[in-house]
Design a protein around this ligand. Structure first.
Ligand code: NAI
Length: 297
């Protein structure tokens, strides 16, 4: 049975929505939880004591938690959060990078400050928190990190150029940290949730909110930060439906002579994009090996 006794977890953006659900679930299974949230509005403006309220919920249920009102966009604040966590509980085993904001607009209407702010919170924010715990996890030879991506980043979504760019950036971060963390016992996974929260209140029909409750997503989050978690997984979760996504590469073909031309690529497009026998590269090396194989063959 998955339990988190003696584990210390940080969940960013845990003052509401999915983060709150992950934090409550972790605490319910024995983890000591840092509930981070600056308590802003959906677009990231303003502050509130949202983190404190979730801490009160956890302690009322008999769990152990501590509030942190720092912003994930400020590296020093994340370092201070980690220092306070270690002072109180001595370690950090789990980090769930979940904080997020929305500034949706079609690209033609998108102001570059809206582009930058979304990247700052999601992408730089995830890197800031991860960097703040990385050395500790390496020293402990144990760490579980969960990134929060989105179907918008994996597949695209109209009106979310900023958000989608940030969310796919997070996947690149996760994939590289998987490689760098393995030998130190650090596993890194990515969640692409679908949930009824304030973020989706104008997307999901109100009647589906209950089916898409954050609590239907958290089981995947908890599995992905558990002792026996996989690494490098991309898991989509919503309404109790769990799926995995992969970044794949078709075998492709090698063009030489006259065919090594724009016309040659056009002519062979079907073979180039033929998905039969495609692979899921685990790193750049897998692609290089594939190309090398074609040079020999
Ligand atoms: P939410 O708006 O309820 O939660 C986001 C939380 O992050 C808020 O409590 C907010 O105050 C906090 N936050 C924002 N900026 C912060 C900062 N700089 N520092 C610390 N905390 C900050 O939204 P929801 O839906 O719970 O989203 C959680 C994560 O899941 C986000 O990363 C979101 O992009 C992602 N996601 C959600 C989906 C959904 O269907 N709800 C779909 C795909 C991804």
């Amino acid at each position: 049975m998955i339990r988190f006794d003696d584990r210390v977890a940080i969940v960013t953006g845990a003052g509401g929505g999915l983060g709150r659900s992950h934090a409550l679930a972790l605490a319910g299974l024995g983890a000591k939880v840092v509930v981070n949230d600056l308590g802003g509005a959906r677009d990231g403006t303003g502050h509130s004591d949202a983190a404190m309220q979730v801490v009160e919920e956890i302690t009322a249920a008999g769990g152990e938690a501590m509030a942190d009102g720092g912003s994930v966009t400020e590296f020093e604040q994340m370092q201070a959060m980690v220092a306070r966590t270690k002072e109180r509980w001595g370690r950090v085993d789990i980090l769930i990078n979940n904080a997020g904001i929305l500034r949706d607009k079609s690209f033609v209407k998108m102001d570059m400050t809206d582009f930058d702010s979304v990247l700052q919170v999601h992408l730089t924010g995830s890197a800031n928190c991860t960097k703040a715990v990385w050395e500790t996890m390496r020293e402990q030879q144990y760490g579980r990190i969960l990134m929060t991506s989105s179907a918008s980043g994996l597949f695209g979504n109209f009106g979310q150029a900023n958000y989608a760019a940030a969310k796919l950036g997070i996947l690149g971060l996760a994939k590289t940290l998987t490689l760098e963390g393995t030998k130190y016992g650090i596993r890194v996974n990515t969640l692409a949730p679908v949930a009824g929260t304030r973020m989706t209140e104008d997307i999901l029909p109100p009647e589906s909110f209950q089916a898409f409750a954050p609590e239907t997503v958290s089981p995947a989050a908890l599995f992905l930060v558990s002792e026996d978690a996989p690494s490098n997984a991309i898991v989509s979760a919503g309404a109790g439906v769990f799926q995995t996504a992969q970044v794949t590469l078709t075998p492709g073909i090698r063009l030489t002579g006259d065919a090594l031309s724009p016309d040659g690529v056009a002519e062979h497009w079907q073979a180039i994009s033929n998905r039969s026998g495609e692979i899921v590269p685990q790193s750049v090396n897998d692609q290089i090996m594939l190309i090398a194989g074609k040079l020999q063959g």
